[in-house]
Ligand binder design. Structure first.
Ligand SMILES: [Zn+2]
Length: 80
């Protein structure tokens, strides 16, 4: 029912994801497997990004990530 294709992030091209990650200086972190799902803690890669959420910390914009698991996306939806 909720296939991968339903997730918004899949509408974004990999190149755009890379660009966003470079803008937030998180591209290296992803390459080094240092980015984790906010919900389940799974290591986030280009293949399993479900949702990216921009937030600001010390005036620096960063991205939070949820993986593509339906439980994690529901967790995001219920927690905002
Ligand atoms: Zn997850």
């Amino acid at each position: 029912m909720f296939g991968k294709k339903r997730v918004d992030i899949n509408a974004i091209l990999d190149g755009q994801i890379e660009q966003l990650l470079r803008e937030t200086s998180q591209f290296e972190d992803m390459l080094n497997h240092k980015i984790y799902c906010e919900s389940c803690g799974t290591c986030i890669t280009m293949e399993n990004i479900g949702i990216m959420i921009p937030y600001t910390e010390n005036s620096v914009t960063k991205l939070k990530f949820y993986c593509e698991k339906i439980n994690c996306i529901e967790d995001y939806n219920s927690n905002g």
